[in-house]
Each structure stands twice: as C-alpha cells, then as structure tokens.
Write a protein that binds this ligand. Structure first.
Ligand SMILES: [Zn+2]
Length: 311
C-alpha cells in the first residue's frame, strides 16, 4: 500500500482514487462517484487502491454500476475488463475509443507501434508489467461529447479534448468548475503525444479550450492532488512545452543531429529513456514536430535527413 491516502473526497459524491507509485505511468488516478449510481471514471489505479476506496465507502467491486473511460490507453482502461467481469457494470467510452479499448490489436493499431524495430521489446514490457491490459475488454456503450452522464445528484460532463490521443476526453463534475483533466496531466514531463493517433495541434487546441472554460479545480490523471492554485496559469505553462521542445529540436538540428533517431538519442522530450522501448514514443513525438517544423518552412527533410531551412 502507498505512503499516502488512497482516497480523497473532491466533491459531495466524488472521490479521487490515487494510483500507486505516486500515480505515475503505468499507474493513473481514477475518480469514484458514489451517488445513486456507483461510477468509476478510468480504471488504471492499482486494483488494491480501487478495492480499498470502495470498501471505505461500504461497497465492493461487485457493486459498480458503470465504468467510464477517458481514452484507450493501458494506464487508464487498466482494470476495466476485470471489474466488468466482477460487476457486470456498463462500460462507456468515446465512440473513437472503442477500437483501442476492446482489443490489444486495436490498441496496437492506435499506438502505431507495429513494424517499429522496438515493437517486440515494447510488447514484452506490457506483458511483464501490465498483462491484464492484453485482455479483451467489453464496451457496452458510448458517451457523447457535451451530453452529461447522470449519476444521481452528480452529473459527469464529457468534454472531448483530443490531441494526446484522438479519443481523449476530460470530464466536468457538475459543470466545468472542476475538471478531471486526465492526460492534460500538468506533470513536469509535459504533454505526451507519442501515438499514431496523437496530434500536436489538436492537443494545443484542447488545452486552449480547457483554459477558456476557466476551471477552478483540475484533477490530473498523474498528480496526487487536485490543482487549485493558479490552474489556468499552470495550463498555460504546460501548453508552452510544444514550443520549447521545438526550440530544442532546432538547436540540436543546427548541431548536426540530422535524423529522428539521432535526435531521439539525446533525448529531446523524455528527460531520460527509462527503457529502450520508450524510444518508440520519443521518435514518434519528434517525427510529429519535424513535420510541423517542415510545414512552417523551418527545416527541410530529404531522405530522412533533417537540416535547418536556408530560406
Ligand atoms: Zn494517455
């Protein structure tokens, strides 16, 4: 068990269930809504944490009525398959999430990792650390962007916020003053967009849209506590990472790092590469930046070689 409380109440019927290991990947936070319906939003916190939070509220996993998934990632769909088998609860996701949630193969297609030279290494990591996410997941229905999910006195409002992935959705709790920001996660790492179905411009727009909602409380998928202090300022600084990373890429291209692989070896985006398999995602994020820089006329790419544009 963790050295911090597994559960904290964030609103009248709403509890944050913290992930293990400080909720860092491959763990993530979940929300538990204990209202007329018993609803879990994301299922990526450790099973022991989910059980503990349920027991503390006089429930068992079998009591769950519904699981709502923010997106298809392994650290968020997590234990949904197992919990569904225990409770026969509804499992809702965004229509675009379904393919990536249901099967491992669908997820691999969304990740875009197949064919990469490190694919087998990546799959081995998942089999080793997150074997349950290779299961088949049942999806019983979809939620719609902007249409509240009625949990009793609590309304959970899905706000589609793509970019991190195409299906990524954040959730308002009784409006948008309090948002479960999921993987607009406000961590020091910054935004992550290392999948085939990730998009930098969409991510920026989503953060800007969230800022325009002027939320007061933001609950990250990967921070232990809700952010209440200067949330809009934190979101604004978080959004700057895209530009900062591009400046770093240009600097390194100028110094002769002239391929995505060479840039990834620095690395530019990850502070360090914890396992070689993570290079897959470093490379995919760099590739997206290179395409953007090329579209802006800042770099030229020829035969996989990147150089600063002379124009
Ligand atoms: Zn994610």
């Amino acid at each position: 068990m963790s050295d911090y409380p597994v559960r904290t109440q964030v609103a009248h019927h709403v509890h944050l269930v913290r992930g293990a290991r400080r909720a860092r990947f491959p763990e993530a936070n979940s929300l538990l809504i204990d209202d007329e319906l018993l609803v879990l939003v994301d299922a990526g916190a450790a099973m022991a944490h989910i059980r503990r939070a349920l027991y503390e509220l006089d429930h068992t996993p079998e009591d769950l009525d519904m699981i709502v998934l923010s997106h298809f990632h392994i650290d968020h769909k997590g234990h949904a398959a197992e919990l569904h088998r225990m409770s026969d609860c509804e499992v809702l996701c965004h229509p675009l999430a379904e393919k990536g949630v249901r099967t491992f193969e669908g997820m691999v297609d969304y990740y875009g990792t197949r064919g990469h030279r490190l694919f087998e290494m990546w799959r081995h990591l998942i089999r080793e650390y997150l074997p349950h996410t290779m299961d088949e997941y049942e999806v019983t229905g979809h939620f719609s962007d902007g249409r509240p999910i009625d949990c009793g006195e609590t309304e959970l409002l899905p706000v589609h916020a793509p970019g991190h992935t195409l299906d990524h959705t954040v959730f308002g709790i009784d409006g948008t003053d309090m948002l479960f920001l999921v993987d607009i996660d406000l961590t020091r790492f910054g935004p992550w967009y290392g999948n085939r179905v990730s998009d930098i411009a969409a991510f920026e727009e989503s953060i800007e849209r969230v800022i325009a909602l002027a939320p007061r409380v933001g609950i990250s998928g990967h921070l232990l506590d809700p952010v209440t202090d200067d949330l809009v300022g934190r979101l604004t600084r978080y959004c700057r990472a895209f530009e900062e990373r591009e400046a770093r890429i240009l600097e390194h291209v100028a110094r002769g790092y002239d391929t995505v692989e060479r840039l990834a070896s620095v690395p530019i985006i990850y502070p360090r590469i914890p396992q070689p398999a993570y290079l897959v995602f470093e490379e995919m994020m760099l590739q997206k930046h290179i395409e953007r820089l090329q579209a802006r006329g800042l770099v030229d790419v020829e035969g996989g070689r990147v150089r600063l544009s002379q124009g």
